[in-house]
Design a protein around this ligand. Sequence first.
Ligand code: NAD
Ligand code: WQD
Length: 341
Amino acid sequence: MLVTGAAGFIGSHTCVDLLTAGYRVVGVDNFVNSSPRAVERIREVAGPAGANLEFVELDVRDSAALSKLLAVTPVAAVVHFAALKAVGESVALPVEYYDTNLNATLRLVDALREHGPRRLIFSSSCSIHGDVDVLPIREDAPSRPTNPYSRTKAMCEQILADLCVAEPDWHVVALRYFNPVGAHPSGLLGEDPRGTPNNLMPYLQQVAVGRREFLTVFGDDYPTPDGTGVRDYIHVVDLAEGHRAALEHLADAAGFRAINLGTGVGTSVRQLLEAFGAACGHELPYRVAGRRAGDVAELYADPSHAAETIGWRASRGLAEMCRDAWEFQRHNPGGYDGAGA
Ligand code: NAD
Ligand code: WQD
């Protein structure tokens, strides 16, 4: 398997899952949002199977480097994680986001048209839907992305769907993740964002370990049971297993298909604060502030399509997500490189 963005949060966990399931993995990354340490950790966590990881540092937009790699290293399928992913940053740097996310996908498709395989899993996001009218979110809900990041994901999905119409020998699955959190239970792999975390769980992790003073709760006046925002948090190891299930399914399904990877369970900010406090053994300080621009009250998946098509269902609950995230954070208080920010 070729895995792009292999050193990132979801990519690193997926590499471990694929290696321990017996696959040979070629990982690539340019470390724009990750550390070479993550590659060492993948090998360590995978144990003897770690020897089946080949890693190449490259930018996926570099067609020549990709072509050279695929010419000498044939792979059975590709999982394409490499992208920039911060919603707020994408509003400030739209050109950089369109450049990276669209060109990485387009150049990868070029290389696969030349060398094969025509089998691709694409990392998409529930945020392509924007404000939804109907919950839980099904795959056929309208696509109305509200920021450049989410538009890059919707555009890539469209490009891949059009490709599958024009060239029917392609097998493509866009996996739409809800809110990936947690870490590998070993405490060796986890989420290590650069700078101040944008997302709730990594922020909470850093509050728990004393790197941040308190959590700012963005709004407690939403029309939800406790007034705080509700999301569908999914354990990153469940997510990794979802990629393997989709890869195994690619063999028999040509064309383009989008599949939600979520749990179907909504959790509020207050519920997550409580669950994380229980996992780390102390209450976490927080202050309630106003709503964050662009946030919606509630989002959670209808995960039934994944169960029907690829036989996958999330099996890890909130307590396990918090336990594993805490295990990673307390063993790596300053992240992989120890510096922190
Ligand atoms: P991440 O930033 O941890 O991982 C992405 C990896 O891609 C990083 O290691 C980065 O260095 C690498 N990368 C970026 N541009 C590259 C390029 N041009 N060439 C080579 N490598 C490059 O993010 P993640 O959370 O692991 O997300 C993985 C994928 O899942 C992304 O496509 C993201 O948009 C998508 N996604 C993430 C979430 C989430 O909340 N984490 C939700 C939905 C979708
Ligand atoms: C979750 C909840 C916040 C931080 C984003 C992207 C989405 C996907 C996942 C990539 C909300 C609240 C947060 C904080 C808070 N990524 N919050 N204090 O916004 O659901 O989704 O990440 O594809 O595309 O949009 O995730 O973790 O930022 O927020 O109160 O310091 O936590 O208001 O209710 P979000 P999040």
